[in-house]
Structures are given as structure tokens and as C-alpha cells.
Design a protein around this ligand. Structure first.
Ligand SMILES: C[S@@+](CC[C@H](N)C(=O)[O-])C[C@H]1O[C@@H](n2cnc3c(N)ncnc32)[C@H](O)[C@@H]1O
Length: 314
């Protein structure tokens, strides 16, 4: 597959509602699908962050098509406050995050994200920090098992960790195919048709890139940067990500984490903290999009808006 089909693009634009003269951030530029649509939807300025140098380089063509309106910044969105301050931005009208990896990254065997093609066991979206090979060959067995269990929800985590430790004693595990083979020898395929290596690869990828830490930092910084009427739109692809987004937005909007018997819809706290939820429940892709783009199937979109200075927005 070439390129990256943006997921829930229409829904993202509708929730972000870019306005002429507004200043926006796309914290996960990727293939630039959202960025291109935002720039086309309003005469706004867009800052775009990606920790992948290749994504930033690919964005130059889009920036050239919109002179002075798109500024690309290499870095993690968890550092958006510092990255934007460096270019003189203190306030935003909207932030969008499309979590996870792009098709460009998944499809490039040399990046080491995929168990379908052989490549070096890397999995870093950026250029820094330990690789998946460093973790697989270096973590103590228990920590490896805990990572596979907690970040991959892999029930056979202990057996897999034990096998990895035995194999790495023979020689370091340096390729995606060798790791996938070790996992497949432990976890039998089930009827779902999902490759038995899927969960373990997800766990390693999340840990290598500190994805959950990035989400927590990114959400908090976005909330600080958004001005009155500003909107935060997040597309998540698995339950660990979505849980963080859901909890963050519910707390920001003053909703109790658990519904109260006296206030089943959570209306009492609505907006108490200066935010309102735009999506009471997560939006899901249309059946047509799910059919056309299998990557969209697990997507969940949540959005919230900072209330205006007078406590209400249009
Ligand atoms: C799903 S793709 C985004 C696709 C994009 N919305 C589009 O329409 O083409 C995710 C991108 O976000 C980047 N990314 C993921 N986590 C990041 C983070 N914490 N900071 C910066 N970029 C990140 C990845 O490198 C990848 O390029």
C-alpha cells in the first residue's frame, strides 16, 4: 500500500471546525491528510508536529502549496508547549491528534514495526531512545512479561517472556521475523485470524515510543494552549489510548468518572471546569469507511471545547 488514508477525516474536520484567521496544531502530521484538509477548509495557520523525520520531510511539498500557512516541526506532541513557544506560539484555536503509527511506518520493513515483513527490530517513530531490540534483549524477564501483559493485553505474556529470554541467551534477537517466530511458537493462532504476534508487537511499540506518556503530556499541554472556543479532537485506535482520552476529557468537562444515580447523564458537572464535551460518546467510522480502510475499524474519535470567557460558546 502506498500513502496513508486519513481516518475519519470528515468527522475530524467537523469537530475541529477550523475558522479563517485561526491558529491550529496537527500534533501527528503523518502523511499530511488532516493537515491538507484543514488548510483547505479555512484561511488559517497550521503548525504540524511529527516525531518522524521522514514525515516532516514529506510535508515540504504541502507547505510549498500553502506559502506561509503550514509550519512543520520535528518532535513529540508531548513537548508541544516548548516546541510552539520556540516559534512564538502561545495560544491555539484547535488541536488534533491522530494516534499511533502511519501506513508509511508500518509498510516500511526497515522501520521494524511489522511482523509481516522481515526487518530490524527497531519500532522507533523518532530517532532517539532504545529500540525494540534493546528492550527484547535487555529487559529482565518479569519486566518483559509485564510489558506484554499491560500494553498488549497478551495473556501468554509469561510464557513468551520465558521463551525470549531462552532464545536471546543463544544469540541476540535482532529481527522482526525472529521475534515473531518465537511468539508464534508459543501462542497458537485462534479463530479470529489475527496474527499471534500482534499483541506483543503492539506492546513493544507502545513502550519503545512511550506512547501513553506522550498522550498524557500531549492532552495536558493542549488544554493549556487552547483559548476560549478552542477545540481538542483526538482519534484513538486501541482501548489503552482511548481510556486516557476518555478520562481526561470527562474530568476536564467536570463529569464524574462514574455516573451518579442522581445525575445519570453527568449534566451537573457539565462545563464546571471550563470545557464541554462535543462527543458524549466516541464517534466511530462509517461502515463504508471501515470497509474501505481496515485500519479505521478500531478508531474512536472524541472531542471537547473550551468554553468562552462568558461561559458559553456558539
Ligand atoms: C496515524 S498517523 C497520522 C496520520 C495523519 N493524520 C494523516 O492524515 O496523514 C500518526 C503519525 O503521528 C506520529 N506520532 C505518533 N505519536 C507521536 C508523538 N507522540 N509525537 C509526534 N508525532 C507522533 C507518527 O510518527 C505518525 O507519523
Amino acid at each position: 500500500m502506498s500513502g496513508h488514508a486519513p481516518v475519519m477525516l470528515g468527522e475530524v474536520l467537523e469537530q475541529l471546525a477550523p475558522r479563517d484567521g485561526g491558529v491550529y496544531l496537527d500534533g501527528t502530521f503523518g502523511g499530511g491528510g488532516y493537515a491538507s484538509a484543514i488548510l483547505g477548509a479555512a484561511a488559517c495557520t497550521l503548525y504540524a508536529i511529527d516525531r518522524d523525520r521522514e514525515a516532516i520531510a514529506r510535508g515540504a511539498a504541502l507547505a510549498a502549496r500553502h506559502p506561509g500557512r503550514l509550519r512543520l516541526i520535528e518532535g513529540g506532541f508531548g513537548d508541544m508547549m516548548a516546541l510552539l513557544r520556540e516559534v512564538g506560539v502561545e495560544r491555539l484555536d484547535g488541536v488534533v491528534l491522530d494516534l499511533g503509527v502511519s501506513s508509511f511506518q508500518l509498510d516500511d520493513a526497515a522501520r521494524g514495526f511489522s511482523f509481516r515483513a522481515d526487518g530490524p527490530l527497531d519500532m522507533r517513530m523518532g530517532q532517539h531512545g532504545p529500540t525494540a531490540a534493546d528492550l527484547v534483549n535487555g529487559l529482565p524477564e518479569k519486566e518483559l512479561a509485564d510489558t506484554l501483559f499491560e500494553l498488549g493485553e497478551e495473556r501468554r505474556s509469561r510464557a513468551i517472556a520465558r521463551a525470549i529470554v531462552a532464545e536471546r541467551a543463544v544469540s541476540p534477537i535482532m529481527t522482526t521475523s525472529r521475534l515473531a517466530g518465537i511468539i508464534r511458537a508459543i501462542v497458537p493462532p485462534d479463530r479470529s485470524g489475527i496474527d499471534p504476534a500482534t499483541r506483543s508487537f503492539q506492546a513493544l511499540r507502545i513502550r519503545v515510543n512511550d506512547e501513553l506518556g506522550e498522550i498524557e503530556r500531549g492532552l495536558a499541554r493542549a488544554a493549556e494552549l487552547l483559548g476560549p472556543g478552542g477545540r481538542l479532537v483526538v482519534v484513538a485506535f486501541h482501548s489503552l489510548e482511548d481510556r486516557l482520552v476518555k478520562r481526561f476529557m470527562a474530568e476536564a468537562a467536570g463529569r464524574a468518572p462514574a455516573p451518579s444515580r442522581h445525575d445519570p447523564a453527568g449534566l451537573l458537572g457539565r462545563g464546571a471546569a471550563g470545557w464541554r464535551l462535543l462527543t458524549a460518546r466516541p464517534l466511530r467510522p462509517s461502515p463504508a469507511e471501515e470497509h474501505a480502510n481496515p485500519r479505521a475499524r478500531s478508531a474512536r474519535l472524541r472531542a471537547m471545547e473550551r468554553l468562552g470567557a462568558e461561559g458559553a460558546t456558539a
